[in-house]
Design a protein. Structure first.
Length: 154
């Protein structure tokens, strides 16, 4: 029970951090040009993503929200077989839940996801804009891969 409460508290804090960062982006960046943080490499820019990763499935808010809910339900239901045990698993689990919930909240209440982290190499190469929830999901996936190297199969 204590572990479940810790997960819940961690996820709530991460979701709040994501929501606050998106509100700040909307408040400061919505009506302005991108803010260069590291010239030629990293900007803060306001983007309304009405699709999912890399702008796919534009305008499909409710199917994407339903997919996120189903994915979240399956992850919770099969959590031990998906994540395993240990600190690495616990961190990746909390990050993944927070990332899914953070973007789901945007989809349901805004109809789009706010992205604002914009990495590029000068004008030649540009990575799609993303947000903290996307970062949580990516780090969780990386941790899950790293955690899998520590598992022994018999």
């Amino acid at each position: 029970m204590r572990r479940a409460i810790l997960y819940f508290v961690a996820v709530v804090h991460l979701v709040i951090a994501d929501a606050v960062s998106k509100e700040l982006a909307a408040g400061f960046l919505r009506d302005s040009a991108p803010l260069s943080v590291i010239p030629g490499f990293f900007d803060l820019a306001y983007v309304e993503n009405r699709g999912c990763a890399w702008g796919m499935f534009q305008g499909q808010v409710w199917p994407l929200a339903a997919f996120a809910l189903v994915a979240l339900a399956l992850l919770v239901w099969k959590r031990e077989s998906v994540f395993g045990r240990g600190r690495c698993a616990a961190v990746s689990e909390a990050l993944l839940y927070a990332g899914i919930v953070g973007n789901l909240v945007d989809r349901v209440f805004r109809g789009y996801v706010i992205d604002f982290l914009d990495f590029h190499w000068k004008a030649a190469y540009h990575f799609p804009c993303f947000n903290l929830a996307d970062t949580f999901i990516t780090v969780a996936a990386g941790l899950m891969i790293l955690c899998s190297f520590g598992k022994r199969t018999s």
